[in-house]
Design a protein around this ligand. Structure first.
Ligand SMILES: Nc1ncnc2c1ncn2[C@@H]1O[C@H](COP(=O)(O)OP(=O)(O)OP(=O)(O)O)[C@@H](O)[C@H]1O
Length: 359
């Protein structure tokens, strides 16, 4: 099932002109500089911008030629930067607002499970006006999900929260796609949120979509907007296992039922086992042409050079493919690249000096 969308919005000093197609599942991050049109695109999907275009969610059509399904008839959940809860209702009342109005047959989400997942059980009786920003946002997400939407739109849901509240909500959002069971569009300015939550990325600039990528492709672009202020990093999904008596923690990457390999991590407080994403900085990866013995680096993974890009100042950014196609970047000096005679297609070993779990 795919989402097919095209919108043209014309304003005095801004025009949005997008046309894209992507799978109708998982989390798609909308990423780009301020004013590039991310919110306008969400609004167009929600039917809040009356504009030229079309919008298909699989077989379901919300806009095409003269057909325009008004917002209130679109089954969608919309979460804004600041949760707009009904102040006169309790948490329970807010959560059940859309859910109660749905015929039983259309209720596709498990109410208890969502309340539990978002940690809202202890505050169900509280008034919405008594909640902290983070709690309000959790209620807003729960309310959107309980309305059993066909599409979930989140517009910078964490941007108004302090660091502590962000730390509490981000791990919850990792399960958003599984809980929502519908496509999610997630607007953010934070590369860390893209790395952690997104399956796909729509990179936007000046009202246009520059790239419609898998997360890995988005991270693989040497001059990606995702790295404008940061170092290039790669993300690997896998399963965190329990630690060994010597303190090492195995992270099995690749398919859950047939892992492709293991990256060893050092134990740290508060690790939760199970599905996780690992962040590897390009500058923490070195290359060897053969396995190296007598070295302190324990992670030496067979890899193949997919691409090499000169990024200036005598540095080269390599994109490496690991066993099952997982990709990581490596940043080397041009001198080392020449010394090792590295070329696209070369087999090599990626020596990973450090990797951090996204917690
Ligand atoms: N109601 C409006 N009337 C006229 N122009 C608007 C309106 N809303 C937004 N704009 C303009 O449209 C452009 C795109 O705005 P939009 O809010 O979609 O960008 P954005 O990428 O979401 O920005 P940010 O990341 O800062 O939230 C901007 O130039 C903005 O000033």
């Amino acid at each position: 099932m795919t989402i097919k969308a095209a919108f043209k919005v014309q304003r005095a000093n801004f025009s949005l002109d997008v046309d894209f197609e992507l799978p109708a599942h998982g989390v798609t991050a909308l990423f780009g500089p301020s004013g590039c049109g991310k919110t306008t695109l969400l609004r167009a999907m929600a039917g809040l911008e009356r504009c030229v275009g079309h919008f298909w969610l699989g077989e379901l059509c919300w806009q095409q030629h003269k057909l325009f399904v008004p917002t209130h008839k679109r089954r969608l959940g919309y979460v804004f930067q600041e949760a707009s809860l009904f102040a006169h209702l309790s948490v329970k009342g807010n959560l059940e607002y859309g859910w109660r109005r749905l015929p039983h047959a259309q209720r596709r989400t498990d109410k208890e499970q969502i309340i539990d997942w978002l940690g809202l059980t202890p505050m169900l009786a509280q008034g919405a006006s008594e909640l902290s920003g983070g709690q309000r946002q959790r209620v807003a997400i729960g309310r959107a999900l309980l309305s059993s939407p066909e599409l979930l739109l989140l517009d910078e849901p964490l941007s108004a929260l302090d660091a502590k509240a962000k730390r509490e909500i981000l791990p919850l959002l990792e399960h958003l796609s599984a809980q929502a069971k519908v496509p999610v569009f997630y607007v953010t300015h934070a590369p860390q949120e893209v790395e952690r939550l997104a399956d796909r990325v729509l990179l936007m600039e000046q009202g246009r979509i520059l790239h419609n990528d898998h997360l890995q492709q988005a991270l693989a672009r040497p001059n990606s907007l995702l790295y404008r202020d940061e170092e290039v990093a790669g993300i690997i999904s896998g399963q965190l296992q329990s630690s060994l008596p010597d303190g090492r923690v195995p992270f099995l990457y690749g398919a859950e039922n047939a892992p492709a390999g293991c990256i060893w991590l050092t134990g740290q407080e508060g690790l939760t086992f199970g599905a996780a994403r690992l962040r590897i900085l390009a500058s923490d990866v070195s290359i060897a042409l053969a396995p190296v013995i007598d070295i302190s680096i324990v992670n030496q993974l067979p890899a193949q050079v997919l691409s090499m890009t000169d990024i200036g100042q005598g540095r080269v950014l390599l994109r490496l493919a690991l066993a099952q196609g997982e990709q990581i970047p490596a940043q080397l000096s041009a001198y080392s690249v020449a010394q090792l005679d590295l070329k696209v297609g070369c087999d090599c070993y990626a020596l990973i000096k450090a990797a951090a779990l996204l917690v």
